[in-house]
Design a protein around this ligand. Structure first.
Ligand code: ADP
Length: 247
């Protein structure tokens, strides 16, 4: 895919009532990259995701999505519309509805969605749904009630719902937490498949999963970037061992 900078953060600071949660944080992510963010609890991982999605405004610094979207000046809705999608750790699928209905509810505003019970969906929405079902391997469960899906399937459905918005940059917060080894492997395959057409930022603790999917890892600690590089290189970094791994 085309390469350029997908995300450009420079010297971002975030203060909460005098407490500095992010300090001079710089992060550059290329289009088509899959970056893993790791770090101990309280490192600032969630705050960083909140800055990228507009939930938290930087106190100072620069935050751009692509070349033209100044994240520090955009609302969460504008950022989502510009192409950043986030999946939180806890799935928030609509349990009483089917897989298909969940995808429909996540579709961008399309008059044909409301009429779909009686008529036909627009070709584009229909194509989006099929692409989301295929990507998440939920095609055979399209009519199953979401509340009856396994934990892993709910997580994948939520990724499918994100895909309905056609994001360019996808943020995943601990996507394999609570998953079996088999579900974790399927999620790794899903991430690698998504990487073909998207940029991804994945916050995770599971090192073998990170090793499976990521070329480059950013380690945060105390609101700062402690190290960046391949998983093997950051695991061998003495600062990382001292402040994160060597506990
Ligand atoms: P992580 O996701 O890596 O565990 P967070 O981004 O949640 O870390 O938190 C980073 C630091 O900022 C923590 O010390 C946390 O207590 C603090 N923090 C996060 N959000 C707020 C807030 N809204 N008000 C005050 N402090 C906060």
């Amino acid at each position: 895919m085309r390469h350029g900078v997908a995300l450009y953060l420079e010297k971002v600071n975030v203060d909460f009532d005098g407490f500095r949660a992010l300090t001079d944080l710089s992060l550059y992510i290329d289009e088509g990259e899959l970056r893993c963010i790791i770090g101990p609890n309280g490192a600032g991982k969630t705050t960083l995701m909140d800055v990228i999605t507009g939930k938290t405004r930087p106190t100072s610094g620069t935050a751009f999505f692509g070349q033209h979207h100044d994240l520090s000046k955009m609302s969460t809705e504008e950022i989502a519309e510009a192409g950043i999608g986030r999946k939180f750790q806890k799935p928030t699928v609509f349990e009483a509805f089917s897989v298909l209905e969940n995808l429909l509810l996540a579709a961008p505003k399309d008059k044909t969605v409301r009429k779909s019970l009686f008529g036909k969906l627009s070709g584009e929405t229909q194509a989006n749904i099929e692409a989301s079902l295929e990507m998440t391997r939920l095609g055979e469960f399209r009519n199953k009630q979401a509340g009856l899906l396994s934990h892993g399937q709910k997580q994948w459905l939520e990724i499918g719902m994100l895909l309905m918005q056609k994001p360019h940059l996808i943020l995943l917060d601990e996507p394999v937490a609570g998953m079996t080894d088999y579900e974790t492997e399927l999620t790794a395959e899903l991430c690698l498949e998504l990487k073909k057409n998207h940029t991804l930022i994945v916050v995770e603790h599971d090192m073998s999963f990170i090793d499976r999917i990521s070329e480059k890892v950013t380690v945060l600690a105390a609101g700062q970037v402690l190290a960046e590089g391949t998983l093997a290189s950051v695991q061998a970094n003495s600062d990382v061992i001292e402040k994160y791994l060597g506990r």
